[in-house]
Design a protein around this ligand. Structure first.
Ligand code: KG4
Ligand code: ZN
Length: 341
């Protein structure tokens, strides 16, 4: 029987390990953030990320197992992120997971990081019943999915350029706020006026579900370089930018749910921890008669519990990976790779 899963996540700048039960209960969830390592460089340095993962993977897993207590002796399978992400970083988690699974004679499954973000919903006390529409907004992706079952993801749309989180990070850099940008802009915006400066919203084809965020970022850069009025503050610019991104995400999310006649909309990924987005999405969904599901903020940003939750469903269906499971940097939307059926 598949029940207790060890999840491993090293796709970017968080070294994470978690133990879950039944694909819905978190027994431990340890995240080691590398922010301090990358902060001086203003962004994630892939080589440094790999090295930090190598340094931290063993203590992070040990801690996750220790917190899980007696359950650590009853692990039924290992789930590991195999992409998309930084290949060098992914390989650290992947190599560790393979060795751990092999040494203990456990099944292994490779998890698509984006599916993992959606599986964060399965760990909530009130997971959305299927089907639902999911808006995934992270540092590398902005995608819309129609989710018909725990492993049934139909891709509806995506960003054509920057991801929403990437726009937050780039604008933070333009404003001299450093890395990581999303959280700082979120915080600073609370002191700014979101109506003071109106940055462009790119809705592209109004009826379609693709996104574009590079124009907003460019407009902020142009504003800071030239048109800036003396009395506008950095919090005003941050709030104006954030409002533009939130407007687009809210509008597209709600209209995607409506287009599929779906009464449930989920918001996942690092950007889903944004206060303004959470508030505005809840408000808009309520007005539209749609139930909105957003994981708790710590399950929106990268973690291994979501990987374990997804892995639970894969292993339960016999989607085991072989030991030649490989890492990949980009995803096609067709699903997991390295899967032995
Ligand atoms: O999902 P995630 O942790 O990692 C990826 O898979 O990319 O998302 C990270 C992204 C970063 O771009 C970060 O700036 C953004 O999520 N982010 C936020 C907030 N917290 C993290 N963006 C806006 N507001 C936040 N509070
Ligand atoms: Zn992520």
């Amino acid at each position: 029987m598949t029940d207790i899963i060890l999840g491993i996540e090293t796709s970017c700048d968080e070294t994470a390990a978690a133990v879950t039960s039944g694909g819905h209960t978190i027994l431990s969830n340890v995240v080691w953030s590398q922010v301090a390592t990358h902060h001086p460089y203003g962004g994630v340095v892939p080589e440094l990320a790999s090295r930090k993962h190598m340094e931290k993977i063993v203590p992070v897993v040990e801690e996750a197992l220790a917190i899980a207590g007696g359950h650590a002796n009853n692990i039924d399978g290992v789930a590991v992120t195999c992409g998309p992400g930084l290949v060098g970083a992914l390989l650290v988690g992947l190599s560790f997971a393979k060795a751990f699974a092999y040494a203990r004679g456990l099944p292994l499954t490779g998890v698509n990081h984006l599916h993992g973000h959606i599986a964060a919903l399965y760990l909530q006390p009130d997971p959305p019943p299927f089907p639902f529409v999911a808006l995934l907004a992270s540092g590398g992706h902005t995608n819309l999915y129609y989710v018909a079952g725990p492993m049934d993801f139909e891709h509806m749309g995506q960003t054509r350029d920057d991801a929403a989180g990437e726009a937050f990070d780039k604008v933070a850099k333009i404003l001299g706020l450093g890395y990581p940008g999303g959280m700082v802009i979120d915080r600073l915006s609370q002191q700014g006026d979101p109506e003071r400066i109106r940055f462009p919203r790119a809705f592209l084809d109004k009826t379609g579900f693709d996104f574009s965020f590079s124009g907003i970022k460019t407009a902020v850069a142009r504003y800071v370089r030239g048109e800036k009025e003396a009395s506008t503050t950095i919090p005003d610019i941050a709030a104006g930018f954030q409002e533009a991104v939130v407007d687009v995400l809210v509008q597209k999310g709600i209209s995607a749910a409506k287009a599929r006649a779906c009464q449930r909309l989920a918001l996942v990924g690092g950007v889903a921890s944004n206060h303004r987005l959470r508030e505005r999405m809840k408000q808009a969904a309520q007005e539209a008669g749609i139930a909105v599901h957003i994981p708790s903020p710590e399950l929106c940003t990268d973690n291994a519990a979501m990987i374990a939750a997804m892995g639970y469903h894969q292993l339960s269906k016999g989607e085991n990976s072989s030991l030649d499971l490989d890492a990949y940097s980009k995803t096609s939307h067709s699903g997991r790779r390295g899967v032995v059926k």
